[in-house]
Design a protein around this ligand. Structure first.
Ligand code: FAD
Ligand code: DHB
Length: 389
């Protein structure tokens, strides 16, 4: 098989890139080791920055997002009994949109399924060859049959555990990593959210996040030790712990119900540089991970592929390589800004087991600074809604 761009991974990064290229007449094939129903059942992000919304508009898949997505003009932060509303509208006159990653993926997948673009799902043994040449290839197995795709470019959008990043020789790659000593236990339920806006809360029992998907669907997260197992968390146990971490007025509004999904995600900061080696480009979680506290992962994935689509258009349509040459450097500036914000939010809002009295005081002082400085609030707001692309 022959195409112009082989895309490994059919998460939001791979699917959005595929649509951006297809719209410009650049031939591409998408591969994923999972099948479509599995991918559509993964519950993950919920907050979209304007850069992500604009990306979806550009490929014509934003109709449902505009109908069902909920603009949020602020968030609430809580530290023990102190409350602070960060007003995005009043400070920087911008907003984010609450719309599940599952829905973004569904909209993009549907668009691809309705086009003539080729995709392979449920593939095994994906291997990348000859990336240091201009004729790379990707081999894989499907239904026991071996296939090979030859293309000019290979893009790794295969997430943190994918094969693409590992195809870059260790001697040219530099990895930066911080692993946090806790995870997030998430629960999705068809119950009304405790509040109109998201509540990020640092309580003496640990962090909690009260989020939502709609007026009748809530998404909650609890900080838990990495040793916790999801099987040990009955719905009742979850609701009880959440209610202990909420402030009294929010607790009064808590409506509990049967969970639709529960899972534990570890928290990690990670960046692999550079994002390009020869004919292979990395985008999204394949190249970087942020702890979810800043709601940045999906948005950084979208911003990478928007840069990459422009660079590939320049290459295939105008025969210029400058965009591809600068792809890694351009992405990394925005990635490190997202890493900084996500790391800072994580440090501010979680309880650390080894929190010595000085660290505790620093966390409190950081929160007090936010309570007393409009400049600090502006800084939080501009990062949360997303820095310029
Ligand atoms: P993925 O979504 O991981 O997609 C990678 C794809 O590659 C998958 O479909 C996988 O099956 C496939 N794949 C893997 N290996 C192979 C292989 N060898 N061959 C072929 N295919 C392969 N981000 C935000 O922006 N806002 C939020 O509010 C937010 N909240 C989050 C909450 C949680 C609990 C979690 C876990 C994450 C959250 N994120 C959030 C992060 C966000 O979900 C990810 O950053 C996003 O999914 C990255 O998209 P991606 O396409 O790069 O990777
Ligand atoms: C959600 C997840 C996040 O990581 C976040 O910061 C905000 C919202 C969510 O899943 O709704």
């Amino acid at each position: 098989m022959q195409t112009q761009v082989t895309i490994i991974g059919s998460g939001p990064a791979g699917l959005l890139l595929g649509e951006l290229l297809t719209k410009e007449g650049i031939d591409n094939i998408v591969l994923d080791r999972k099948d479509q129903p599995y991918i559509l059942e993964r519950i993950r992000a919920g907050i979209l920055e304007s850069v992500t919304v604009e990306g979806l508009e550009r490929v014509g898949v934003a109709a449902r997002l505009h109908k069902e997505g909920i603009p949020h003009h602020g968030i609430e932060l809580v530290y023990d009994d102190k409350h602070l509303r960060i007003d995005f509208q009043k400070t920087i006159n911008r907003y984010v949109v609450v719309y599940g990653q599952t829905e973004v993926t569904r909209d993009l997948m549907e668009a691809r399924n309705n086009s003539s673009a080729l995709s392979f799902y449920g593939v095994d043994d994906v291997q990348i060859h000859d990336i240091e040449t201009e004729n790379p290839s990707v081999s894989f197995e499907i239904n026991g049959e071996k296939k090979v795709i030859h293309s000019r470019i290979v893009v790794g959008c295969d997430g943190f555990h994918g094969v693409s990043r590992k195809a870059i020789p260790e001697k040219v790659q530099k990895n930066y990593e911080r692993v946090y000593p806790f995870g997030w236990l998430g629960l999705l339920s068809d119950t009304p959210p405790v509040a109109d806006e998201l509540i990020y809360s640092n309580s003496p029992r640990g962090f909690s996040l009260s989020s939502q998907r709609s007026a009748m669907r809530s998404r909650y997260y609890l900080q838990v030790p990495l040793t916790e197992k999801v099987e040990d968390w009955s719905d009742d146990r979850f609701w009880e712990e959440l209610s202990l971490r909420l402030y009294p007025e929010a607790r009064k509004n808590l409506v509990t119900g049967k969970s639709i999904e529960k899972s534990i995600a570890p928290l990690r900061s990670f960046v692999s540089e550079p994002l390009r080696y020869g004919s292979l480009f990395l985008a999204g979680d394949a190249a970087h991970i942020v702890p979810p506290t800043g709601a940045k992962g999906l948005n950084l994935a979208a911003s990478d592929v928007l840069y990459l689509a422009d660079a590939l258009m320049e290459y295939f349509i105008e025969h210029r390589e400058l965009g591809m040459d600068h792809y890694s450097e351009k992405c990394l500036r925005r990635i490190w800004a997202g890493e900084r914000f996500s790391w800072w939010m994580t440090k501010l809002l979680h309880r650390f087991d080894d929190q010595d009295p000085f660290t505790q005081k620093m966390q409190e002082a950081e929160f007090n600074h936010l309570m007393n400085s409009e400049y600090a609030i502006y800084s939080l707001a501009e990062n949360y809604v997303g820095l310029p692309h």
